[in-house]
Design a protein around this ligand. Structure first.
Ligand SMILES: Nc1ncnc2c1ncn2[C@@H]1O[C@H](COP(=O)(O)OP(=O)(O)OP(=O)(O)O)[C@@H](O)[C@H]1O
Ligand SMILES: [Mg+2]
Length: 282
């Protein structure tokens, strides 16, 4: 269900087709200030967003617009300066200890450079087993879980488990990272520029994996990118960030076919033909 309005709200943000489903994850008035020489900068400025269950929301914006800072706060890797983060109706802004660890198992992330997350001296198999050991998954479940999660990202154990990171392609490495995140059986997968370093074919491959996971596992995906083309390929809904603020949000169709904010129009002007890229596979 959704209700529509195209009027800017009191903060000047343009909002359309707001989902009326209760969100799985949401943030309200989240702000992050960093102290820098001579004062502070506001990297994220009063951002409120909802992530309904089994939806794909893209956050787009140019470099420095605050996307990763917002992601780190949502992941609870960095404290908010002000505002609230809610998961399943629970305020998680200040969770600690075992409760925070439980939150981390439900909200998993995949970042830009899979090489930096790999230890070069471990095979993919030992990397995945170590993650499961840390998560205290029973020995008898480990192999089945690894096989299941590699399956979600289109890899067989034979293809992946005995390989070292440098023996995989960039796309395969990124898919292994997605598989590792899925082993925790998360509800939310946050991908911060997870496909930015891949060439076009591998990128589409990983985008299709993320797309299918929503259907197969009911996963909620938060896809962060500076590339509005990738956002429209994958997402149901798009939020556009400029200088720490969300300046526009709505369904993907609304945002790309009738952008309202000048900033969104500029981002779209750099990508000539998006109509052909709407929605991966039928
Ligand atoms: N730890 C920090 N200390 C000081 N300033 C920071 C810190 N982290 C980020 N910033 C600043 O906050 C702003 C937003 O940075 P952020 O990394 O969130 O942008 P981004 O949208 O993810 O950019 P990119 O597309 O390049 O990844 C930038 O001006 C950045 O310099
Ligand atoms: Mg970033």
């Amino acid at each position: 269900m959704s209700e529509s309005t195209t009027a800017p709200d009191e903060g000047g943000m343009i909002t359309r087709s707001v989902s009326t489903e209760p969100p799985l994850l949401s943030c309200r008035n989240v702000t992050k200030q960093f102290s820098v020489a001579g004062g502070h900068i506001t990297a994220v400025d009063d951002v409120s967003l909802d992530f309904p269950e089994a939806s794909v929301l893209a956050v787009v914006g140019e470099s420095g617009s605050g996307k990763s800072t917002l992601a780190r706060m949502l992941l609870r890797l960095m404290p908010v300066t002000s505002g609230t983060i809610t998961f399943r109706d629970q305020d998680v802004t200040n969770l600690r200890g075992a409760e925070l660890r439980r939150y981390w198992s439900e909200v998993q992330a995949v970042f830009q450079d899979p090489f930096s997350s790999f230890n070069q001296f471990f095979t993919v198999g030992s990397l995945l087993r170590r993650s499961l050991k840390l998560a205290q998954v029973g020995k008898d479940e480990v192999d089945a879980l690894i096989e299941e999660c590699l399956g979600y990202v289109g890899l067989t154990p034979k293809e992946a488990l005995h390989k070292y990171p440098h023996q995989l392609s960039g796309g395969q490495r990124q898919r292994v990272m997605v598989a590792r995140a899925l082993m925790m059986r998360p509800k939310v997968l946050l991908a911060d520029e997870a496909t930015s370093m891949l060439d076009a074919t591998l990128r589409v491959n990983v985008l299709n994996v993320l797309h299918d996971l929503r259907a197969e596992l009911g996963l909620t995906v938060l896809f962060i990118t500076h590339d509005i083309g990738q956002a429209t390929y994958l997402a149901d809904r798009v939020a556009v960030m400029e200088h720490g603020k969300v300046v526009e949000r709505g369904s993907t169709e609304e945002v790309i076919f009738s952008p309202q904010a000048e900033y969104t129009k500029r981002l779209l002007a750099d990508v000539p033909d998006l109509r052909g890229s709407l929605k991966p596979r039928a």
